[in-house]
Design a protein. Structure first.
Length: 642
């Protein structure tokens, strides 16, 4: 067991082996400890094992080191069986639950729990993958099989201790530093609202806060049901429906375009399975639109949009789309009206908190507001409102359809992009007042407000992956004049999607593979710098070796082979001139599979202080070719557009 005192920077290591038994030291250390215990997946594993040790300490300490370690190992295995999608037997589940539910003296902060369960699964979030994102200098998996017997091998034990202190403790501390703002927010929520959420993800914070509010407002004090039981009953409420019926909840609209009329009719009659992509064409507007029950989008694969000298690119987004629709159309189950009222209050509370610069409050309210629609759309939530949330998402796209229809009536206006939040078009500069008037009409119909940007250019890889250069931002007042108008002295860059994102745009837990590629694409399309000039002069452009690195986490059913040697399954590497091909082989098979057939790699699981790419065998041509492939697709498609 490795523990580090964060404030004093003192590291403690407790060992039970053939050479020493420090179990009493471990027991005494934690017996009176009542501070914060920061871990990664500690609530599901590390702390459960610790609690097992403490409860059974007096029995364990009387045994030999082999007895102690075997009993702990057996319990550890029981935890994994219990966690394997319910595959553990009833005995193991009850045994593990007994220890899992014990309340310790300390306060747990499990950073792993800051990601929701679905996010952790979809992104395969692990401490090793986060270590790569944090540019940790040593990427190492557990260097021994979990069933390995150490015996009297001091060298192996020291290797294990190094792994524990360097990788587990070290990376956890680095992650803690990175996530301090997230931890500080949970401290604020506890202090201000009494919600002990140290190890809650954001949706759970939102759910528990609203649950407490709802129960406080609706609990009958004269009831024989205790408050805690009432709260548990509400939390456990689950709604199930056989057929979605949301058409009656939609706003009444008139469409002139046959294609939009058809889509609207499909929604009104709850026949979303009949939806199909269609080509919308009117005057200068022609685009492929894909409506669905979850949202609308156009198809924008590999294209670059640049306005003429007499044109603007105008991007229009609805301000606070979902909060506004919740407020205007009451899209939540009727019995949850109390929650909806509080939600609307929070929308205005946040505006006031931003005005008074109460950053903690506005951030907390923002998190709750952002999570609300997801909770209302989750069958596992007490807030689940399937019909209402579908009506909300459909109303958002009906708004965009109406806006597109009105814009396309005017020659000189070409709509080329839309999604549920907003729509983008090219207009003649002398048509700005026309666009403003149309936008104002939409605002009056739906009770919303638009936010506009004027863009110098937009470059798409697909609908969800694009980069834009924003020159101005504004809104429109009732006199059709600009308000809140801001002109950027230096264009603001908006990046969306993995092929364009880097730096602060990448969320913790997302991929950081070959960041030199999105950086080079931006340099080319925004600043006219060639990939060759940018990539081959890394020092000039503040590129480090990490910008050229990728990583891959290979399933444990495979062995990873590099230079004819079996290596660990999580690796950091860069594409090189003289490296070796990275291969994998399914256990029990003889066939090798290429992981990157087109180029060899050099493993970089350990890095020294010199991060200059020029000191490494980087294959610059490989990265230049990758960037050039994107450029060619975009610019070839550009010719087809015009």
């Amino acid at each position: 067991v490795g523990v580090k005192d964060y404030k004093e920077k003192v590291v403690y290591s407790f060992e039970v082996s053939n050479r020493k038994n420090e179990l009493p030291n471990l027991y005494n250390f934690f017996k009176s400890f009542n501070g914060f215990l920061v871990s990664f997946n500690g609530l599901h594993y590390d702390e459960v094992v610790l609690k097992y040790v403490f409860v059974n300490y007096h029995n364990l300490i009387s045994g030999s080191f082999i007895t102690i370690t075997k009993q702990i190992k057996d319990f550890s295995s029981m935890i994994f069986k219990d966690s394997a999608d319910g595959s553990g037997n009833k005995h193991s589940q009850s045994e593990v639950a007994k220890y899992r539910n014990l309340k310790p003296n300390w306060t747990s902060i499990d950073l792993f729990c800051y990601w929701s369960v679905n996010t952790r699964k979809s992104k395969k979030t692990s401490l090793k993958s986060l270590a790569i994102q944090l540019n940790w200098d040593e990427i190492q998996e557990l260097p021994f099989d979990p069933e390995h017997l150490f015996g009297n091998n001091d060298q192996e034990i020291e290797k294990l201790i190094h792994y524990n202190l360097k990788n587990d403790l070290g990376v956890t501390e680095a992650l803690f530093e990175k996530m301090k703002p997230d931890i500080a927010l949970r401290h604020y929520v506890l202090k201000e609202y009494g919600l002990a959420c140290w190890s809650y993800d954001e949706p759970k914070i939102a759910s528990e806060y609203l649950l407490e509010y709802y129960c406080q407002k609706t609990y009958n004090v004269n009831s024989n049901e205790p408050y805690w039981q009432y709260k548990k009953r509400i939390r456990d409420t689950r709604v199930s429906i056989d057929t979605l019926q949301y058409g009656h909840l939609l706003p009444k609209l008139e469409f002139e375009t046959p294609a939009f009329k058809k889509v609207y009719d499909i929604f009104l009659n709850n026949k979303h399975n009949d939806l199909k992509n269609f080509i919308f064409e009117n005057n200068d507007t022609k685009l492929v639109i894909a409506p669905s029950i979850g949202g609308i989008h156009s198809e924008n694969d590999y294209c670059k949009i640049v306005p003429g000298d007499d044109e603007y690119i105008i991007d229009a987004d609805i301000a606070s789309l979902y909060p506004t629709l919740f407020e205007n159309f009451r899209f939540l189950r009727p019995e949850l009206v109390t929650v909806l009222d509080r939600y609307v209050e929070m929308k205005y509370d946040r505006i006031e908190a931003k005005r008074t610069k109460d950053n903690n409050k506005q951030l907390f309210l923002k998190k709750v507001l952002n999570c609300f629609s997801g909770l209302a759309d989750s069958e596992y939530s007490w807030l689940y409102s399937p019909n209402e949330i579908k009506a909300l998402r459909i109303t958002g796209q009906l708004m965009q359809m109406k806006y597109i229809e009105l814009l396309s009536k005017h020659k000189g206006i070409r709509v080329f992009f839309t999604n549920t939040d907003g729509t983008t078009c090219i207009i003649k500069k002398n048509q700005l007042s026309v666009l403003m008037a149309i936008a104002k009409e939409i605002e009056h119909i739906f009770g919303v407000e638009w936010e506009f940007t004027i863009n110098n250019k937009m470059v798409f890889i697909n609908t969800n992956t694009y980069i834009s250069e924003i020159a101005e931002e504004f809104m429109v007042d009732d006199n059709l004049q600009m308000k809140n108008h801001y002109v950027h002295e230096k264009p603001k860059i908006k990046r969306k999607g993995a092929y364009f994102k880097y730096g602060k745009d990448i969320l913790l837990g997302d991929s950081v593979n070959s960041l030199v590629i999105p950086k080079a694409l931006e340099q080319y399309f925004i600043y006219n710098v060639s990939p060759e000039d940018y990539i081959t002069t890394p020092e000039k452009n503040d590129l480090t070796i990490f910008d050229f690195c990728s990583s891959r986490k290979v399933d444990k059913k495979y062995n990873v082979i590099y230079n004819n040697q079996k290596i660990q399954n999580v690796n950091r590497y860069f594409f090189s001139n003289k490296g070796h091909h990275l291969m994998k082989r399914q256990k029990g098979c003889t066939t090798l599979e290429h992981m990157h057939k087109d180029c060899p790699v050099t493993i970089l699981n350990r890095v020294n202080d010199d991060l200059n790419p020029q000191k490494y065998d980087v294959n610059y041509k490989y990265y230049i070719n990758q960037v050039r492939q994107f450029i060619q697709k975009i610019e070839c498609q550009q010719l087809e557009l015009f």
